[in-house]
Write a protein that binds this ligand. Structure first.
Ligand SMILES: Nc1nc2c(ncn2[C@@H]2O[C@H](COP(=O)(O)OP(=O)(O)OP(=O)(O)O)[C@@H](O)[C@H]2O)c(=O)[nH]1
Ligand SMILES: [Mg+2]
Length: 183
């Protein structure tokens, strides 16, 4: 069924990316409340998939905040099982995958490996089909050149502006991707 953001249907977003890149902070901004714990330690703050919901700009929004599986001392088999569990938990209709990438530091080969591992564990093409991410050539190509730059420390007005911009990106993407959920 084609998704319309104008309907009462819930919009479902999955946050992915390297530990410390601001996934949980972005989730809190999207939902307008401090729901996901955030932190600055070497160890990941988010250790399992956490789901929070809210009403945003008149839409019901559900955000899935994921841990960085490459920073959790998991074997590849364990990481595979972890990501398989996310796919079940986010089933059936995640409308977009948001890859959190920092703009103030270089996007390194090491960080790209984290994305490639997740892409492999997720399987098939489905992770990238609905990917929205920042300015990285090869990743951007996977993401169909969709990105939104968030400054999570910006004013409330600017953050609201960015949330609207993101919802618009997802809406435009969804017009082309009906009948085709994230997996
Ligand atoms: N300067 C700056 N700091 C940010 C921004 N977004 C998040 N942070 C900070 O970066 C730190 C990590 O943010 P989190 O949201 O916990 O990052 P995460 O990706 O969820 O990390 P894990 O759960 O450990 O994987 C926090 O101290 C945030 O306040 C941003 O846009 N700019
Ligand atoms: Mg987190």
């Amino acid at each position: 069924m084609a998704m319309s953001l104008d309907s009462d249907q819930e919009l479902r977003l999955v946050l992915i990316g390297k530990t410390g890149n601001g996934k949980s902070t972005l989730g809190n901004i999207l939902l307008g409340r401090q729901l996901f714990p955030t932190g600055r330690s070497i160890a990941s703050t988010t250790l399992k998939l956490v789901t929070e919901s809210g009403n945003v700009q008149g839409k019901r929004l559900k955000v899935f905040d994921t841990p960085d599986v490459s920073n959790m001392d998991l074997s590849e088999d364990e990481a595979q099982r972890e990501v398989a569990a996310w796919k079940t938990m986010t089933s059936p209709d995640a409308h977009a995958t948001l890859l959190a990438v920092r703009c103030d530091v270089r996007y390194t080969r090491e960080e790209h490996q984290i994305f490639l591992l997740l892409k492999k564990l997720w399987g098939g093409n489905s992770l990238c089909k609905r990917l929205v991410c920042p300015e990285l050539q090869s990743v951007l190509k996977d993401a169909g050149r969709r990105y939104v730059v968030f400054n999570n420390n910006a004013s409330e007005e600017e953050k609201t502006e960015r949330v609207l911009q993101l919802l618009q990106v997802v809406e435009n993407m969804s017009k082309f991707l009906d009948e085709d959920p994230v997996r």
